[in-house]
Design a protein around this ligand. Sequence first.
Ligand SMILES: [Zn+2]
Length: 340
Amino acid sequence: MCFDLGRLPLISILWLVSGSLCFGQIFGLPTPNRALFEPGGEARFFVGTVGKPWASGTFGCVRSDGWQIHEGLDIRSVHRNKTGESVDPILATASGTVAYINHKSSLSNYGKYLILKHQIEGLEIFSVYAHLSAISKQVQVGHTVKQGEIIATMGRTTNTRQGISKDRAHLHFELNLFVNDDFPIWYKKRLPGQRNDHGAWNGRNLLGLDPRAILLEQNRQGSAFSLLKHVRSQPELCRILIRSKNFSYAKRYISLIKRNPLTEREGIGAYEIAINFNGLPFELIPRAPSELVGRAGKISVLSVNQVELDRNPCRKLLQRRGKHWELSSTGQQLIDLLVY
Ligand SMILES: [Zn+2]
């Protein structure tokens, strides 16, 4: 399904890079590193954190002994110049438009980064490319890009004190859903006095999916792959009932709403939301007022999947109070932003 560039003549490589790397596929690999699709290629594809194995460069609860999330993939460099700096071209994973560019390394632990917006099967999904050394001149906010188009050069920019060493130069790559357009207003109100250099593009306003799972599933299924199906079948962490009838996530991700004939007669009194371990809502069910009788409170936890919580505990969205589960302060903040 995807071509191995090593076996193609140069002219074909240039054509493929300028066009599409994987025909008929929604997402292409964002760098020339293709080891993800090779058996046992993980150590050649992922860069672990200092002194840790490659798995710490994957998505999920992979840092601090499973208690810290890494919301993207750290993809290893395969092209270096004479001084050993990474020069891998960064490729748009899918066609879309440029949503945001941060040129100032000092403003983010992501260093220089850019975000592309894609519309796929009715889902607005955002790809993030971080730690870049340079961003291509033609890449400007609002401009369209084609899948496979070179948008930047790999690097190791970041504002963290320890920096990223030459040998660990990598692309930090994310695929996210967007939480709320009113994030800047929410942030100002809930976290007064705290700096927000990136407006609605603050990392808290983006919820990551596992790009590795998406790329592998797509490679396995070929043209049968559906992003919508993939999102809808996320492992469930819990179900929450929120007394909001109207919020921007429900409008933006209409395709994640499950039809409820009762609400078509009675109207909507609340939303039941299924979230994955990362707090990403992947199923929204409108609930009619008659279904809410006897339920008090603005937000309630309806059910918790203990197996999934034990498997992925790092987001700490839930806490137990006696026999019952409730949202932790992190969980409350996430839902507060979702429905704000
Ligand atoms: Zn990373």
